[in-house]
Design a protein around this ligand. Structure first.
Ligand code: FES
Length: 105
């Protein structure tokens, strides 16, 4: 399956995923700029913020409380903001589109 990351400037990166890989791991291993993943996926750094495409909100499900707390502290906080490290790629997310916030350019 594939997931598409779109940078704030509009540059898109379509990357292949293996089931169970987090979107943060996927972005960093494929050189998508703007996702740093400083905490290694612990939902504690906020450097992997992505905004889920409206069409995919139901498929990606709700944020955890821990995730919401981190997102609420970030410079941009959309209702569909997520931490990419907390989203696991799976068949149900094949074709998922996410974009990156301006502060992660
Ligand atoms: Fe640190 Fe996601 S990698 S919050």
């Amino acid at each position: 399956g594939t997931i598409t990351f779109t940078e704030y400037d509009g540059t898109s990166h379509e990357v292949e995923f293996a089931d169970g890989e987090s979107l943060m791991e996927l972005a960093t291993s494929n050189g998508v700029p703007g996702i740093d993943g400083d905490c290694g996926g612990e939902a504690s750094c906020g450097t992997c913020h992505v905004i889920v495409d409206d069409a995919w909100i139901a498929a990606t499900g709700p944020r955890s409380d821990e995730e919401s707390q981190m997102i609420e502290m970030s410079p941009e906080c959309a209702p569909n903001s997520r931490l990419a490290c907390q989203l696991k790629a799976c068949a149900g997310l094949d074709g998922l589109k996410v974009r990156l916030p301006e502060f992660q350019m």
